[in-house]
Design a protein. Structure first.
Length: 366
């Protein structure tokens, strides 16, 4: 089991949903980065269940930084964050009954029954909590060098938000203080209604997120296997529930001609820009200086209250399962800060490889 992502800046996650704690280790960070614990708490609050749209499991996420920070700045050594699990209910789960679209059976096949299966174990969305805590430190580092990241719900069921504006900086800034991760109030209301309707049916609903990165310099990334798209896709697909990704115009490119899809170059105030951004700010796997924009397809939460056909893989027989426990009717609201976090991890790693370890701390010198 490999739980580490990144080369120059790497993140390792650990823990299980119903174990004592979940956590993360950040390695390769520049020394001297400010660590804003209020911002970490705010980011964790964005991910934490807080409304009738979310699971009833309430975790306070009282994290502790065990290493890598001294006097509110990174030391350059591995930074370890631990978050205790305080509200578990393992009796809601039965080992051997494979929950449809969960990892129960696949995990059993790989780990031969030694996995901690309670509450989904290491595959649970609970493990995204330390990812978001670590991501808050990375997002702060990016912000200091003029790079900002934001994610909103573009679609949930039949409800739509508007897409990011061509220059997404103002939209990204607004998302930092938004109570709900949409760009319009109307979308917040219609998305909420979709989620509540799914809950009332003891069902769930999926959707599409849209992420924008503003302020990235041109020339970051590698061609072929370490392209910006490759790494962002790798990171996004590491989040449970993400089933698809497209950059810029993505799949809409198949419905037109090159003359329709190409982004024309032009000069603007001495800077090379493109008139449109259908390629999502990336050419040849490398940033071109425009906003990096991508969409993710997020599946409906697989845990639903309706009876479902399954198998008991320990007994080798068909079975029927009604899932109990506390689950989200939609994970798309809570997945937004998780996507911000993995995006920040990819960008910090790429920028450190491109410009050196101290690049992210260049504005943080005493």
């Amino acid at each position: 089991m490999k739980n580490t992502f990144g080369q120059a800046v790497a993140l390792t996650i650990f823990g299980e949903s119903h174990g004592p704690a979940v956590g993360a280790v950040l390695d390769g960070l520049a020394p001297g980065l400010p660590v804003d614990e209020d911002y970490i708490r705010r980011q964790l609050a964005r991910r934490r269940p807080s409304t009738t749209l979310d699971t009833a499991r309430q975790e306070q996420d009282c994290y502790q930084i065990l290493s890598g920070v001294y006097q509110d700045r990174t030391t350059g050594s591995p930074l370890t964050i631990v978050i205790p699990n305080e509200n578990t209910r393992s009796e809601d789960y039965t080992y051997g009954l494979a929950r449809p679209s969960h990892a129960d059976y696949a995990a059993y096949c790989k780990y031969h029954g030694y996995e901690d299966w309670r509450g989904g174990g290491h595959f649970s969305g609970r493990v995204t909590a330390p990812l978001v805590a670590a991501g808050a430190i990375l997002l702060s580092a990016l912000d200091r060098v003029g790079v900002t990241v934001g994610t909103h719900i573009l679609r949930c069921g039949g409800a739509w938000d508007r897409p990011f504006a061509p220059d997404a900086a103002a939209d990204v800034a607004a998302l930092q203080t938004a109570e709900f991760p949409t760009l319009t109030r109307e979308a917040a209301q219609t998305v909420s209604a979709e989620i509540l309707q799914a809950r009332e049916r003891q069902d769930s609903v999926g959707g599409i997120t849209q992420t924008a990165v503003c302020g990235l310099p041109a020339g970051v990334g590698e061609p072929w296997f370490d392209s910006v798209e490759s790494l962002l896709s790798h990171a996004a697909f590491s989040i449970g529930g993400v089933k698809g990704i497209e950059f810029g115009g993505g799949f809409s490119a198949v419905s037109g001609y090159g003359s329709d899809f190409n982004d024309a170059f032009r000069m603007e105030q001495g800077r090379v820009v493109t008139a449109t951004n259908r390629n999502g700010g990336i050419n040849g796997g490398i940033t071109n200086g425009m906003d990096v924009v991508f969409q993710c397809a997020v599946k409906p939460t697989p845990s639903i209250g309706q009876p479902q056909q399954t198998v008991d893989f320990l007994r080798g027989e068909d079975a029927e399962l009604t899932i109990h426990g506390r689950h989200d009717p939609a994970i798309i609201r809570r997945i937004c800060p998780v996507l911000d976090s993995v995006t920040a991890l990819v960008l910090c790693d790429l920028l450190t490889q491109r410009f050196g370890t101290d690049y992210l701390a260049k504005e943080a010198r005493p």
